[in-house]
Design a protein around this ligand. Sequence first.
Ligand SMILES: CC(C)(COP(=O)(O)OP(=O)(O)OC[C@H]1O[C@@H](n2cnc3c(N)ncnc32)[C@H](O)[C@@H]1OP(=O)(O)O)[C@@H](O)C(=O)NCCC(=O)NCCS
Length: 337
Amino acid sequence: MTSSTATLAELGPDDDLFPAWCEVLAASARAARPDEAPRPAAEHVALGRQLVHPGGFRDGTHRAALVGGDVVGALRLLFPLKDNPRMAVVDLAVHPAHRGLGIGRVLHDEALRLCAAAGRTVLISEVDEPADDAPGRGFAERLGWTCDLEETRRDLVLPVDDHRLAAMEADARARSGGYELVTWRDRAPDEFLDDRALLEQRMSSDAPQGDLPVEEERWDGDRVREYEAAHVARGRTVLSAGAVADGRLVAFTDLQVPLSGPVRAHQGGTLVLREHRGHRLGALLKAAVLRELAVAFPEVRRVSTYNAETNTPMVAVNEALGFVSAGRLTSWSRNLG
Ligand SMILES: CC(C)(COP(=O)(O)OP(=O)(O)OC[C@H]1O[C@@H](n2cnc3c(N)ncnc32)[C@H](O)[C@@H]1OP(=O)(O)O)[C@@H](O)C(=O)NCCC(=O)NCCS
């Protein structure tokens, strides 16, 4: 069989073929990490519905590669609408049983065509690399992409060692006098909404981005609320902690927990504003959400986090908590200009 037998179809999250489209991503994720449950289809459906909903902070489109009526390849393009007007985020996968047949290239050609048509000339994509032989790397190199950012994935097996956590909390408390610790779930308190937006905006420029050609994102309170609602719609709850100084939220951390069969939680963003660094606030906040996770979701067995190795303070906090390496996540770009 050659790629000439593959055809492309546009599809939306409520189309009959969409479950099969989701299954391509799930099979691809299972092939990379057999011991982990892939993202549930409901997450892709919820994201897809947000993309077609007008007025959000991004839109996008889906394509399926079909062979004999079966979906064997999946492409999703995300177009930011509030910033990065030339950028597109590309998600592309081919079912493991149909690889090496040119189907990835067909979807890639389609991605370039659609992006060019939408005026998007800077393409970004991520490759999960549990080990050195991840197919996405060879594919991306072959098709002219450059690797701009390498992040190490680290996993923390739960329950976290209580002794370690208590020692870290004691140290953090001793160094963070003057800051109040606050926690919330899914929805930042109204009084901190604008501060939360600034923190998210800084997250997009202060956290190491390697050579990725990305601009600082534009965030306001409405976008924070949309982002929060998107997590809920995707079947996640988000446990958050923040540090307050003089009535302003100056640091936050988010821990995302999938509600359907919560086994693995994902560390979302963590940021301390520059002028408030050096007080162990990152450690204080991470310890707080881990405590909350243990109480609210004792069934969660693992937390995953991603850090650039150049992000030494964050890596140090994670290693002190007992996180250990679990492969890497690489970010790639390709310029159409
Ligand atoms: C990467 C992936 C999409 C490739 O799909 P595919 O259908 O096997 O790719 P194709 O057969 O169209 O290959 C296209 C080109 O990439 C090359 N390529 C594909 N897989 C490769 C690998 N593992 N190592 C080296 N080169 C590879 C092919 O040799 C081909 O080059 P050629 O046309 O000059 O011979 C597929 O392995 C996959 O879904 N991986 C997991 C998800 C992922 O990493 N997506 C990529 C994000 S950028």
